[in-house]
Ligand binder design. Structure first.
Ligand SMILES: Nc1ncnc2c1ncn2[C@@H]1O[C@H](COP(=O)(O)OP(=O)(O)O)[C@@H](O)[C@H]1O
Ligand code: SF4
Ligand SMILES: [Mg+2]
Length: 318
């Protein structure tokens, strides 16, 4: 088994939110005790409905959000003790919306070379060269060098975001819904590009999506998140063919529709994703779970290791 690059140990992020002007603040447990390991060279997929805490977890891994509990390790060292710049060099990100994440007033050359300039990497005379190499690598014509984001299509903008992430030669790329804002035909192209780049550069990915079909396409392992917790984890094969957790089964059912991969999955879970401000007692999935038992309403299930190295958190397996 390869070495762990990023590891979270019981990581938590609790926000304090006010629902009205005169109402007291209440805790919102966006990430509620997540332990995950990203191993060198793998693609770990993180899937779950919108609002379950995926981006908050990603932001903590990127150092953009401080955990309120638990620990994050990079190559075995606590991230809190590492210097920020050295982490940024090794962990880069590609966000969902390539438009809002690219400065509209900067040219593509300036956007892609920004990390080199900020971190004073290499020789300025060589920056143009490097940017051009990156554009080639992500399949953009060199003429976009002097273009601005609004002159490019959504797919091209996402390629720019990928080029900007890669120019630092990172080890890990965290892709948070990298294709969710793109047309379906373009989604596949970007996923293919991510796959090729990984093979070429030996990258490690954490791929985040609400869509299991997107995850299935790239990931070697999948973690399923529900209301701030990982409820099942396993190889892509196990999760896609023999899922254990009722929530994973429902997500899977939603992508086995005639047109998988489109937009928000239509789960049979009913409309209401539970509010993290008032999570259901016991197993937080119980109001929507077809297999719920009395114990599910009373006690939260504990994580249990599976024979194939995976994990499931559900009373059916305890
Ligand atoms: N800065 C914040 N302040 C308060 N609540 C937040 C903040 N960021 C996220 N949340 C809440 O945390 C929960 C998880 O959000 P998020 O991590 O964005 O989920 P996902 O990426 O899975 O859609 C949501 O209920 C969201 O409203
Ligand atoms: S613990 Fe109970 S409610 Fe939760 S997923 Fe398992 S069977 Fe369903
Ligand atoms: Mg998100």
């Amino acid at each position: 088994m390869s070495a762990s690059v990023l590891e979270t140990r019981d990581v938590r992020c609790t926000f304090s939110v006010r629902q009205g002007l005169f109402k007291p603040k209440r805790p919102l447990h966006a990430v509620n005790g997540v332990s995950l390991t990203l191993r060198k060279g793998e693609v770990l997929g993180l899937v779950g409905e919108s609002g379950c805490g995926k981006s908050t977890l990603a932001r903590m891994l990127l150092g953009l959000q401080a955990p309120t509990g638990g620990e994050i390790l990079f190559e075995g060292q606590s991230i809190g003790r590492l210097d920020r710049a050295s982490i940024t060099r090794k962990i880069q990100t590609v966000f969902q919306d390539p438009y809002s994440s690219l400065n509209p007033r900067k040219s593509i050359s300036s956007i892609v070379s920004l990390p080199l300039r900020v971190h004073k990497i290499g020789n300025p005379a060589d920056w143009q060269n490097q940017v051009e190499r990156m554009l080639d690598m992500v399949g953009l014509p060199r003429r976009v060098y002097h273009s601005y984001p609004n002159q490019l299509s959504g797919g091209q903008r996402q390629r720019v975001a990928i080029a900007r992430a890669l120019i630092m030669r990172p080890e890990v790329i965290i892709c948070d819904e990298p294709t969710s804002s793109l047309d379906v035909s373009v989604q596949a192209q970007i996923l293919n590009l991510l796959r090729e780049l990984r093979q070429e550069l030996g990258l490690t990915y954490l791929l985040i999506s609400h869509n299991l079909a997107v995850i299935d396409y790239l990931a070697s392992r999948i973690a399923v998140m529900h209301l701030g917790r990982i409820v099942e984890e396993g190889t892509t094969d196990t999760i896609m063919r023999q899922p254990s957790h009722p929530y994973t089964k429902a997500l899977l059912a939603s992508v086995l529709t005639p047109e998988p991969g489109l937009g928000v999955p239509a789960t049979d879970l009913g409309t209401s994703f539970p509010s993290p401000l008032a999570p259901p007692p016991g197993c937080t999935f119980h109001p929507r779970c077809p297999a719920a038992m009395q114990v599910c309403k009373e006690a939260a299930p504990k994580p249990r290791a599976q024979a194939d190295g995976g994990m499931v958190e559900c009373h059916l397996y305890t």
